[in-house]
Design a protein around this ligand. Structure first.
Ligand SMILES: *Cc1c(COP(=O)(O)O)cnc(C)c1O
Length: 393
């Protein structure tokens, strides 16, 4: 039967009916090891008991009141995020895209309030992804994202990814902000070197441009720090968060310093659902687990193990894979064969991965994945690669 759903996705013919930790169960009973985690969303695995308890307890108490009132869970989650980061203030959204929209609005209003309304140019990088709204596709600038949706919102300029000379040439005291993912996700798991991020921070300080980091995919413990920019020892002015922060419940956030957000006064922005009690109750439970140095140390240890095994996988299948890249449990296999074939072969072997740009297969497992599940995942990828090599021979 044809689907009644708008066909904007090339969906795999798999229907999952249940999840348990790092595993998903298909309608026919097959068990898949989930190395995609709903695109870096199910950071604590499927049906995590702590999250189920937080959601169900809140569901029996209060779902929604709107932001016309103070929301206790929202206040507590904002305080947790502020205490754990550079930020002084938080606005909650339902998605990463909405956080990106607010980031753009905040930057523009900042310069208007400073008496410099023409200072609107935001520098961004090729291969970026900030969401699918008209503002977010203009910000990312990729032809595939934007084709057919013009005219695009003006005010963005795109630089070659990680190009220091291009950044130096483009960044001036007319630049409103620089928007960048510390580790590109959709673009193909491309981490920016720490030195680049430190240079970017210094250049923004020198010109007054705001530094906006998109940590929707690389944040919330994914790289082994609560936020990826911590590796470089820098602090942004504004940061987008989503995906992992809700552990599978729709939740996003925009974090900012007092200085960067000062122009966002009452009435300047809003959201009906953003920061509702259900989402924030889950977000608090996620923060309780992830914003813990012991948990993050475990992510780093497991990431080292996973990476080491993936290096072995690449070495064993040089005709299929070219290299491993990434940071923490945000890893990418740069492929020699089409990445679509690698993902499909994984399905045949019961392992789920995610396509990325630059012919990369993304590995974004739950941060709670066990050592033996990492070994099992690599064994399944090894069999998948063997299938491709056999088919080619
Ligand atoms: C997924 C993603 C977004 C968009 O988030 P949605 O929740 O899909 O709106 C924005 N930026 C990055 C880096 C992402 O990975």
């Amino acid at each position: 039967m044809t689907s009644a759903v708008l066909p904007t996705y090339n969906r795999s013919p798999l229907t999952f009916v249940r999840g348990e930790g790092a595993w998903l169960v298909e309608a026919d009973g097959r068990r898949f090891l989930d190395l995609g985690a709903g695109i870096a969303v199910n950071a604590l695995g499927h049906a995590n008991p702590a999250l189920v308890a937080a959601l169900t307890a809140q569901a029996g108490r209060l779902w929604h009141v709107s932001n016309l009132y103070r929301i206790e869970e929202q206040e507590r989650l904002a305080r947790r995020l502020v205490d754990a980061t550079f930020a002084d203030t938080v606005f909650f959204t339902n998605s990463g895209t909405e956080a990106a929209e607010l980031a753009i609005k905040m930057v523009r209003r900042h310069w208007v309030a400073r008496g410099d309304p023409d200072r609107i140019e935001i520098l961004a990088f090729e291969g970026a992804f900030h969401g699918r709204s008209t503002g977010a596709i203009a910000a990312a600038g990729g032809a595939k994202l934007a084709a057919g949706f013009g005219p695009l919102m003006p005010g963005f300029r795109h630089l070659p990814w990680g190009d220091e000379a291009a950044l130096k040439a483009a960044l001036s005291d007319r630049t409103a902000a620089v928007m960048v993912e510390p580790v590109q996700g959709e673009g193909g798991i491309r981490p920016l070197p720490d030195a680049f991020l430190r240079g970017l921070r210094a250049a923004c300080d020198a010109t007054g441009a705001l530094l906006v980091l998109d940590e929707v995919q690389c944040g919330m413990g994914r790289t082994g720090r609560l936020f990826a920019h911590e590796w470089a020892g820098i602090r942004p002015d504004i940061m987008m968060v989503a995906k992992g922060i809700g552990g599978g419940f729709p939740l996003g956030a925009l974090l900012a310093t007092a200085a960067a957000s000062a122009a966002m006064t009452a009435g300047s922005h809003g959201s009906t659902y953003g920061g509702n009690p259900l989402a924030c109750a889950v977000g608090l439970a996620v923060m309780d687990i992830v914003a813990d140095e012991g948990f993050l140390a475990e992510v780093r240890r497991k990431a080292g193990l996973f990476r080491q095994r993936l290096e072995g996988l690449v070495a064993a299948h040089p005709g299929v894979f070219e290299a491993v890249r990434g940071q923490g449990l945000m890893l990418g296999l740069k492929c020699r064969r089409p990445n679509t074939d690698v993902v499909a072969a994984g399905h045949a072997e019961g392992v789920l991965t995610v396509l990325g740009g630059d012919n990369v297969v993304r590995l974004l497992p739950p941060l709670t994945i066990a050592d033996d599940e990492i070994a099992e995942g690599v064994a399944r990828l090894d069999r998948a690669a063997g299938r491709l090599a056999a088919a080619a021979a």
